[in-house]
Design a protein around this ligand. Structure first.
Ligand code: KIV
Length: 274
């Protein structure tokens, strides 16, 4: 690899770098991680952005929704990820209940996450309804990533995880919310589970990067939940998910072999003891 290419690969990803990537038409690759060891692997593999998603509530803690995860738990996951990362930008999700109440609560939560995790940015779900909180966080110099479309923290309001913004009225509101967030100063927006055509229109109109999950290929980057794309989690199979591995089967096989070796006294052998 040339020195220039090597430098490019090791350059820390900032909001500025992401904006340059959009301008150059270079796609942004983002994945979730929740702990030091996985974050280290993702970072070394060259991922651009690591999201410490509140999906930790589902894949790490086994909750049905993302609502139960607390601010302190997000801080624990965020700080663990940051310790494993050199190059990727680390974005931490603000959990349900830490910013919706009022903007004062939002800034206190945001500052706690930034101070106690050393992350690079925060992600926050919603549009016009949470604009005061977004403005207050941005005014403290904290970069904010928006999240529109399917917003899992509002699952009890919508009732299903189905595709959002298929109707004209909802699509119009989503476009307006995306414009509002951009005007406020967010550096990127995640669009979750919306029609590909609508997502592409937004990505073409807005100058900030648009990262999709179930939003088609016409956006500036993609994000997936690591457990889903590695096949650790077998129960979740939406159309947008591409599985790159079957870690569930790999781990089951390895654990079965270990059990067999212990039971048969094959492990440990002569060389594996003192
Ligand atoms: O929490 C999460 O993992 C997310 C992604 C699905 C975008 O918000």
């Amino acid at each position: 690899m040339s020195v220039a290419k090597e430098e490019q690969r090791s350059k820390k990803i900032t909001t500025h770098v992401l904006s340059e990537m959009k301008m150059k038409g270079e796609k942004i690759a983002m994945l979730t991680a929740y702990d030091y060891s996985h974050a280290r692997i993702l970072d070394k593999a060259g991922i651009d952005v690591i999201l410490v998603g509140d999906s930790a509530a589902n894949v790490m803690a086994g909750w049905e929704t993302t609502l139960p995860i607390t601010l302190s738990q997000m801080i624990y996951h965020g700080a663990s990820v940051v310790r494993g990362v050199h190059r990727a930008m680390v974005v931490v999700d603000m959990p349900f209940g830490s910013y919706q109440g009022n903007s004062k609560e939002a800034i206190v939560s945001a500052i706690r996450i930034m101070k106690e995790t050393a992350a690079n940015a925060l992600k926050i779900e919603g549009g016009a309804e949470i604009l005061d909180s977004v403005n207050r966080i941005l005014s403290a110099g904290i970069p904010v990533m928006g999240h529109l479309g399917l917003t899992p923290q509002s699952i009890h309001k919508f009732g299903t995880y189905s595709v959002r913004a298929k109707q004209e009225g909802e699509a119009k509101k989503l476009i307006e919310d995306a414009r509002l967030l951009q005007d406020a100063g967010v550096f990127a927006i995640v669009l979750e589970k919306i029609p590909a055509k609508l997502a592409q229109e937004i990505a073409l109109e807005l100058h900030i990067p648009i990262i999709g999950i179930g939003a088609g290929g016409g956006v500036d980057g993609q994000v997936l939940v690591m457990h889903d794309m590695l096949g650790i989690n077998q129960e979740f199979s939406p159309r947008f998910l591409r599985r790159y591995h079957n870690l569930y089967a790999e781990i089951t096989g390895a654990v079965s072999n270990y059990i067999q070796d212990v039971k048969s006294c094959d492990f440990p052998n002569e060389r594996e003891q003192y």
